[in-house]
Structure formats: structure tokens, C-alpha cells
Write a protein that binds this ligand. Structure first.
Ligand SMILES: [Zn+2]
Length: 186
């Protein structure tokens, strides 16, 4: 059975058995929180449980490494929507130990791309168009530094109101233990 069919079969029963009832909530985050975190599979359930967040409590934004690549990219755009449209007033940037983006090497990823059959001409064309693919694919050297940079970028963003509190944290992907890197109240 395909993955999709398995999902669709399960989904049919989920809806029929009204298993959704316990998740019903509104689209405004009850705790007025926006959380930017990593897409790491270990955090899917662990992170909200470790922070006592239930369905409806926070807006979650996820990507590889919880990093903000561009001040006018989709992450900041999502934070702005959460702040202005959904009344969020605090932002948590949560990175984690053992992140796949830590020490990720742009050259190595590029090699894998070529091995999977993407032609070198395509890569050259992108490079000639001014896209620095190696830099774009590069991860970070220190999760703490990456979090600090993201917090600073959000706090100093010209479209984010000054009363928005931004915290930076690192989570242990096994125990869920949090460490504060930036306390936004200080
Ligand atoms: Zn990660």
C-alpha cells in the first residue's frame, strides 16, 4: 500500500470516529505565542509537550535549523501575519542540540545534488544568475549564535512592533530540556 493510501485510509476513520473533537480550537493562539523551530522529527511531539502547549496555544513556523535566511522571506512574513492578524505578542526562536543544519556543508550537499542527476549546467546557470547556492545550502557553526542572530533580526526588523518580546532558546531533542540563550524580558 502506498504511503498516501495508508494516510487516506486512516484519515477516513479519524473523521468518521470524530477523533478531531478534542482538537477543536480557534485560529488565534490562546497563549499569544509564535514559535520558530526546526523541522527535526524528534521535536514534532516533544517540543509542544515539553512546553505545555496544546492545539491552539501557539503559531508554529518550522524549517531546517529554525534559521531566518532573509529579512523579507517567508519566516518573517509568517511572524508578521501572526503578530498583526492573530494577535501574537511573544516570539520564541527554538533551536536544538544535534541539529542537522549544524556544520552542514554546502559543497557536500551540492555534490549529492549532482549525484542525483541534476546537471552541472543547471547549477552553473543558477550561479551565473547570482544565486550563491553553496552559501544558501550552508548550515550554521553554532546553534546558539544562529539563534542570537535570528532573535536580533526579528527584534530589529522595521515592520515588527517594538513591544513584541523575542526569546531565544535551545532544546534538548531527547529530554526536551530548555536552555535560555536570549531572555526577551531583559
Ligand atoms: Zn534541527
Amino acid at each position: 500500500m502506498s504511503k498516501l493510501q495508508e494516510i487516506l485510509d486512516y484519515n477516513k476513520l479519524f473523521v468518521e470516529n470524530k477523533e478531531y473533537v478534542k482538537y477543536i480550537t480557534s485560529k488565534n493562539p490562546n497563549k499569544k505565542l509564535v514559535i520558530l523551530s526546526c523541522m527535526d522529527t524528534r521535536l514534532t511531539e516533544l517540543l509542544p509537550k515539553a512546553l505545555n502547549l496544546k492545539n491552539g496555544d501557539a503559531k508554529f513556523i518550522k524549517n531546517a535549523g529554525a534559521s531566518i535566511m532573509h529579512p523579507f522571506g517567508s519566516i518573517i512574513r509568517s511572524i508578521i501575519v501572526a503578530v498583526y492578524e492573530f494577535k501574537a505578542d511573544e516570539v520564541l526562536v527554538i533551536g536544538h542540540h544535534g541539529c542537522g543544519m549544524s556544520n552542514l556543508n554546502g559543497d557536500e550537499v551540492l555534490e549529492k545534488i549532482v549525484q542525483r542527476g541534476i546537471s552541472k549546467e543547471v547549477i552553473e546557470t543558477l550561479c551565473n544568475a547570482g544565486i550563491d547556492i553553496k552559501k544558501w545550502l550552508h548550515g550554521f557553526d553554532s546553534v546558539e549564535e544562529s539563534i542570537k542572530e535570528s532573535v536580533e533580526l526579528i527584534k530589529s526588523h522595521p515592520l515588527i512592533p517594538k513591544d513584541i518580546v523575542v526569546h531565544g532558546l535551545v532544546i534538548d531533542p531527547e529530554t526536551g530540556k530548555l536552555e535560555v540563550v536570549v531572555n526577551g524580558y531583559e
